[in-house]
Design a protein around this ligand. Sequence first.
Ligand code: AP5
Ligand code: MG
Length: 219
Amino acid sequence: MRLVFLGPPGAGKGTQAKAVAAQYDVPHVSSGDIFRAEIARESPLGRKLKSYVDAGRLVPDELTTEAVTQRLGDRDCADGWVLDGFPRTEGQAKALDEVLERSNAKLQAVVYLALDGERIVERMAGRRVCPKCGRPYHVVHLPPRSDERCDECGTALVRREDDVPETVRQRLATFERQTAPLVGYYERRGLLLRVGGEGTPDEVRDRLFEKLQDAVEGG
Ligand code: AP5
Ligand code: MG
């Protein structure tokens, strides 16, 4: 299974990509998680990445493509992956095409998770994340079992620094300008699956799995 999740910030890419990756037993590869881990290390590269992420701007293609393709070269990615947040520009999409060609592999589908601006703002305002494993929660819609701690690893949950309203607005504008054109890029190749991101996480998941089964398994 080789799958890409595309969609505006806060649409639920991370939430659903994790579920799909678990179902098909392949790694969930999130460019945002890779960058946040590097930022948390406070390395020189992390400080550079932070200046883009905190401003709601895209990290330059060169840095992004190198980080993601390196991860895709790991042994656990040999039989497939679920990509979340990459590619985000046409340059990144072409770089992914080259990676696939080199390994003689094919992308099975690109899931476009759609959600309107009002719901996006509400979801990001209530988001909490596990700084260790990256799992997203929501104070109302997806609360952790125990107060403010990750269900999987028990780490105290935090708010993402780019979830403040001004940065959210900037991220939405960046998406419209630089990433939305990829919808057409993949649609023209017959790879795009449009999935509505509204409703509860389980409702979105059911809708998504139904479409994926039709597209990927032909049934
Ligand atoms: P990234 O981490 O990819 O962030 P994003 O695309 O802005 O998306 P989010 O992670 O905010 O949202 P999501 O769609 O994953 O939603 P989630 O499942 O968490 O990127 C961050 C930054 O890194 C970028 O701004 C950029 O600077 C840089 N970057 C990353 N990739 C890059 C690239 N390829 N090129 C250049 N720069 C790059 O859900 C959101 C909330 O809603 C959560 O609280 C969740 O619990 C809740 N929720 C989920 N589903 C539902 C539901 N159905 N109902 C109610 N609540 C729900
Ligand atoms: Mg995410």
